[in-house]
Ligand binder design. Structure first.
Ligand code: RB5
Length: 149
């Protein structure tokens, strides 16, 4: 598996640490793009853009972003052309976002969310392939064309 780009804000910092321990355990390589220490007043778009820009450069690349809800990170990452970021709270959204939408960034909720659930969402998301069904390709192409307009 290719290395996964990671980022968080202060609200996701401690969960990102746990995510790294989990990825180590599963022998999944990653590259943490920060922050490297807890910064109480940092802003999630700064790290979302860092990760999204790396992921957008490579069709096979993936990223995982953690903030309080996973939502702000996802909104910001989706502003970068080529990014299809999902805030997944359950295994179904994690699986379908890969199969149907070829999501390339996973936004995770760092506050008040069980770590076991996060771990299972990560595994499902990383291990599910895009179906490449023509209707899904067509829809993704429509989004890409809209971005380029
Ligand atoms: C930060 O307090 C919080 O707003 C942020 O981590 C995130 O949840 C935004 O969507």
């Amino acid at each position: 598996m290719k290395e996964v780009f990671l980022g968080s804000d202060h609200a996701g910092f401690h969960v990102k640490k746990k995510v790294k321990e989990f990825l180590d355990k599963k022998k999944i390589p990653y590259h943490d793009l920060g922050p490297y220490q807890e910064e109480k007043h940092d802003d999630y778009p700064d790290y979302a853009f860092k990760v999204a820009q790396k992921v957008a450069k490579d069709k096979e690349a993936k990223g995982i972003l953690v903030c309080g809800t996973g939502v702000g990170m996802t909104i910001a990452a989706n502003k970068v052309p080529g990014i299809r970021a999902v805030a997944a709270y359950d295994s179904y959204s994690a699986k379908m976002s890969r199969e149907d939408n070829d999501a390339n960034i996973l936004g995770l909720r760092g506050r008040n969310f069980p770590l076991k659930k996060i771990e299972s969402i990560i595994l499902i998301w990383l291990n599910t392939k895009f179906s490449k069904k023509s209707r899904h390709e067509r829809r993704i192409q429509k989004i890409a064309r809209y971005e380029r307009r």
